[in-house]
Write a protein that binds this ligand. Structure first.
Ligand code: NAD
Length: 494
């Protein structure tokens, strides 16, 4: 019998009110159960929000530099336990160990960066038009923040939300993804160990339709910070609009690498392999399309496919593994359905195109790294997010044509161009409709001190990461102080 974990409410570990649990399974070996977790519902969410409201009343009065000390200590503990957490992450969600360690590192980086904000959280001063009047805009916390996260970055994404929320003086109710509840538990334990008072961070485990949806609807939640699919994000936003809540959304992507005829081809192949198959293609910034200038399309595709064929599938803890499993059986099936859709639409599979079931792989959810050619921009596999190890190669006649193809999806998260021509690079930076553009690097590789997010159906105008995260986690309050001792009327007494 696997260990049964609990929710974290008001500083205590508590089972779901219903007593129900769900299992957390290793995607590389479905017989390996990491534990049972509370299947929370509206009752648990209500307790969590109440605890957060109480926590908020106290935490907002703690000076920001003191709040930040807790976050910095949590970063130090993460650093001490990096290896152990990385291994656990590989076991829980499948990504290869080097990437899991990178995920933990991103949490450490975020802690260090956000701890610095405890002594900044800059406001703005501007001169007033009236004499003896002082004006300043300051940041104040939003209140109770609901942090709803996906499974693909089990530690990094929760830290992007929770750590800035805490430094800014908010209380949090964290609803992690149902596929990665254990890493979420570890993060909460670490923040408690770092000295976070009870009630300031609460966690309810469970499914989106139950715990997630109850949290979004709860009237005591002031801000919903959501990362996940566009479909669910849209539903979350609809509820928030009806309830009049602040909402920040980070959603899907269909990111493209453009390879021009003057590109360093080997570098572009490296970028396409890493962007397409890193994390088994399960990154919101994954390069699921490569748009190649027709003059080099043949040469690029030959080298690319040759490299993809050599990728070794396996459990992420084995040092020989290049590509780990996908997250679960549902996702494995969805990826394969897209392969069938692509075939029916007339695209050709050059390698992969099926689940891998030989030997020990049959125990997990493995899909062969897949490359499609003869892909047209209007095809579903060129427009929709597959979220698996599947890359569509498209051809373009010119830079303008490539940009038009790159922009022909509803999403706008990340893009990349490989070229040695500075004019082309700048024209691409200007025209690619994405929140992030890389030049001579793949579509993945964000750093925490810069804004992260996308345009169009990827987001709703917010950016996590960097200083822009503070705009999500605070409200602006404008303060006027009139020390003239008389009535002064703005715009009138000039
Ligand atoms: P998902 O939308 O299925 O779930 C995300 C979270 O929302 C989970 O915690 C889930 O339980 C919860 N949820 C589901 N239904 C809900 C509801 N009705 N109300 C409230 N919460 C609900 O996404 P996923 O499969 O976990 O993650 C993959 C998706 O996340 C991909 O589309 C990927 O592109 C996206 N993603 C985006 C970013 C980004 O920053 N733009 C980063 C990582 C992942």
């Amino acid at each position: 019998m696997a260990h049964v974990y609990q929710n974290y409410l008001g500083g205590e570990w508590i089972a779901a009110a219903s007593g129900r649990t769900f299992e957390d399974v290793n995607p590389a070996d479905r017989g390996d159960v990491l534990g049972g977790f509370p299947r929370s519902d509206a009752t648990d969410v209500d307790r969590a929000v109440q605890a957060a409201q109480e926590g908020f009343a106290r935490w907002r009065r703690v000076p920001a530099p003191r709040r930040a000390e807790v976050v910095l200590r949590a970063g130090q503990i993460l650093r001490q336990r990096k290896e152990e957490l990385g291994r656990l992450m590989t076991r829980e969600m499948g990504k290869v160990l080097a990437e899991a360690l990178g995920d933990v590192q991103e949490g450490i980086d975020t802690a260090e960066y956000m701890a610095g904000e405890g002594r900044r959280l800059f406001g703005v001063h501007a001169p007033c038009e009236l004499p003896q009047k002082f004006g300043v805009a300051i940041r104040v916390p939003v209140g109770v923040v609901a942090a709803i996260t996906p499974w693909n970055f089990p530690l990094a994404i929760p830290t992007w939300k929770i750590l800035p929320a805490l430094v800014c003086g908010n209380a949090v109710v964290f609803k992690p993804a149902e596929d990665t509840p254990l890493l979420a538990t570890r993060l909460v334990e670490i923040l408690a160990e770092a000295g976070l008072p009870g009630g300031v961070l609460n966690m309810v485990q469970g499914f989106g339709e139950e715990a997630g949806s109850a949290l979004v609807r709860h009237p005591g939640v002031n801000l919903v910070s959501f990362t996940g699919s566009t479909e669910v994000g849209r539903r979350v936003a609809t509820v928030c609009a009806q309830e009049g809540k602040k909402v920040s959304l980070e959603m899907g992507g269909k990111n493209a690498i453009v390879v021009m005829d003057d590109a360093q081809l080997d570098l572009a192949v490296d970028g396409a392999v890493w962007g397409g198959f890193g994390t088994s293609g399960q990154r919101c910034t994954a390069a699921s399309r490569v748009i190649v200038h027709e003059a080099v399309a043949g040469a690029f595709t030959d080298r690319f496919v040759e490299r993809v064929r050599r990728l070794r599938l396996g459990p992420g803890l084995e040092p020989t593994t290049d590509v780990g499993p996908v997250i679960n059986a549902r996702q494995l099936e969805r990826i394969h359905q897209y392969t069938e859709v692509g075939r029916r639409e007339g695209a050709r599979v050059l390698t992969g195109g099926e689940p891998a079931t030989e030997g020990a792989l049959a125990r997990g959810f493995f899909y062969r790294p897949t490359v499609f050619v003869e892909v047209e921009p209007k095809m579903r596999i060129a427009r929709e997010e597959i979220f698996g190890p599947s890359v569509a190669v498209l051809r373009a006649r010119s830079l303008e044509d490539a940009i038009e193809i790159a922009n022909a999806t509803p999403y706008g998260l990340s893009s990349a161009i490989y070229t040695r021509d500075i004019d082309r690079a700048f024209r691409a930076i200007e025209a690619l409709a994405t929140g992030i553009t890389y030049v001579n690097a793949s579509t993945i590789g964000a750093e925490v001190q810069f804004p992260f997010g996308g345009v169009r159906q990827t987001g709703n105008g917010h950016r996590e990461g960097g200083w822009t995260a503070l705009d999500i986690m605070t409200e602006w309050k404008t303060v006027y102080i009139d020390y003239s001792g008389r009535l002064q009327r703005a715009q009138i007494d000039v």
